[in-house]
Design a protein around this ligand. Structure first.
Ligand code: UGA
Length: 454
């Protein structure tokens, strides 16, 4: 199967962060790729070579592969399997009820693949489930749907692997081009080896560490990885809250010391407003839903989620105390995306904080270098959207740094002071030198440090 996979075309179902970057990358490597995106408007934009998301380098690459004709985009599956040997499922799996992911898009994609297979005269393709799904989904949900719709049997009429994705938003293309590991879950070694040799070819001359295991393990590895990252963040935020009640403690130094222990490592120990985005919150909830459904104690996972939620409210509470109430106060929120480098505002701590401020009667002004438009789609009315940081800071009683965009680290304290009615900044992402700002006459309350109000 190996060389055949490489020599045929690829189909990618779903043009989200994973599907779109994978499509562009495969096409740039000369693989004739068809991306199937059911949202007609989104498909049309991509067909014109326009990236519907902000990711560094994606726009340029997309335009190139669309112009060269190696990437085709369509809204329907019909006929796409004829000359394709590998099919990636990269559709969304949003949180459903009881924290269990909603698999309807995965089921729909599986059904479509099955139907396309039924009428296909092409060779038996390898179906690769990249969407993040609960353990057991690839084998117990995807396989039977494809078998029923195609009339073919897995292992004979098609092959199946789970292959979770670990890319980060904000560096999606870079991560797709440079994965640090590949996890393949398959029941048949033949299918696993075929996918491995496809990737060996794709990443030549680099050798990527690859784990071949069962589909269930592969699916659980993905959920466990994101839950563990969320655990690290909530843990450091717990330590951060302790630091705020001690004299002379700084979570930055504590995290640095923790990170020196190779068993812990320095990454994902940045204290702040907590984790957001479309993955860590959703996958931690999915892990919670899974544990609960199996009768496994969920208290650790509950704590991860609770600490995360409380981080935003704490900041608003703190600000309210400092300002003697929020009603009628004007507050600037700098940063709306859930992290820098992306225009994604899904489950952004910043968006939730804006809502909290509004509900307490504050007047809110917001700025973000990339995410203003997306924020407008989700935020209620009553927010002032500012095109520049300076405009946002004009006349405010306080500012909160909610996303660590480089332009906020580069802010000049004197300029900020001259614009603000009351020079007070809550540094929710720990990017300012609070002593330098204090000497310029701006009070900075930095998360993880005892505040200027003691
Ligand atoms: C996350 C994982 O990091 C990826 O490996 C995974 O593939 C992806 O989810 C997914 O499942 O698709 P992503 O959601 O892009 O990637 O974002 P992260 O870089 O993990 O950051 C998530 C949130 O945690 C952000 O809000 C960030 O500000 C916050 N964070 C991160 C902290 O508060 N502290 C840290 O030390 C690190």
């Amino acid at each position: 199967m190996g060389q055949n996979l490489w020599s045929g075309g690829a189909v990618v179902i779903g043009a989200g962060y994973v599907g779109l970057t994978l499509s562009a990358f495969l096409a740039s490597k000369g693989v004739r790729t068809t991306c199937v995106e059911k949202d007609h408007a989104r498909a049309e934009r991509i067909r014109r070579g326009e990236a519907p998301i902000h990711e560094e380098g994606l726009q340029e690459l997309l335009r190139r592969v669309v112009d060269e004709g190696t990437l085709n985009v369509r809204a329907e599956m019909g006929g796409v399997l004829e000359n394709s040997h590998i099919v990636f499922i990269t559709v969304g799996t949003p949180t459903g009820s009881d924290y269990i992911p909603d698999l309807s898009q995965v089921q729909e994609a599986s059904r479509q693949i099955g139907e396309a297979l039924k009428s296909s005269s092409g060779q038996n393709p390898l179906i690769v489930v990249k969407s993040t799904v609960p353990p057991g989904t690839t084998w117990n949900v995807v396989r039977p749907i494809i078998e029923a719709a195609s009339g073919r049997v897995c292992g004979e009429g098609f092959h199946l692997c789970s292959n979770p994705e670990f890319l980060r938003e904000g560096s999606a293309l870079h991560d797709t081009m440079n994965p640090d590991r590949i996890v393949i879950g398959a029941k048949s070694l033949e299918a696993a080896e075929a996918l491995k040799s496809f990737y060996d070819h794709l990443y030549t001359p680099r050798k990527i560490a690859t784990l071949i295991t069962t589909p269930t393990n592969a699916e659980l590895i993905k959920l466990a990885t994101n839950t563990y990252l969320a655990l690290k963040i909530s843990f450091i935020n717990l330590i951060s809250n302790i630091c705020e009640s001690l004299n002379d403690a700084d979570v930055g130094a504590v995290a640095e010391g923790l990170g020196l222990d190779p068993r812990i490592g320095p990454q994902f120990l940045r204290a702040g407003l907590g984790f957001g985005g479309s993955c860590l919150p959703k996958d931690t909830r999915a892990m919670r839903g899974l544990a609960a459904s199996l009768g496994v104690d969920t208290s650790l996972i509950d704590s991860i989620l609770e600490i995360n939620k409380a981080q935003r409210t704490r900041v608003v509470e703190r600000l309210s105390t400092m300002l003697g109430g929020l009603a009628g106060r004007m507050v600037a929120v700098l940063g709306l995306s859930f992290k820098p480098g992306t225009d994604d505002v899904r489950e952004s701590p910043s968006i939730e904080m804006v809502r909290e401020l509004l509900s307490r009667g504050a007047e809110v002004r917001v700025h973000d270098p990339k995410a203003l438009n997306n924020a407008k789609q989700v935020l209620e009315s009553g927010v002032t959207y500012c095109k520049s940081v300076e405009e946002c800071l004009m006349g405010v009683d306080a500012a909160i740094i909610a996303t660590e965009w480089p332009e906020y680290s580069a802010l000049n304290p004197q300029t900020a002071r001259s614009l603000m009615r009351n020079p007070l900044i809550i540094d929710g992402r720990r990017i300012l030198d609070h002593e330098q700002w204090a000497s310029a006459g701006v009070k900075v309350y930095k998360i993880g440090l005892r505040g200027p109000d003691g």
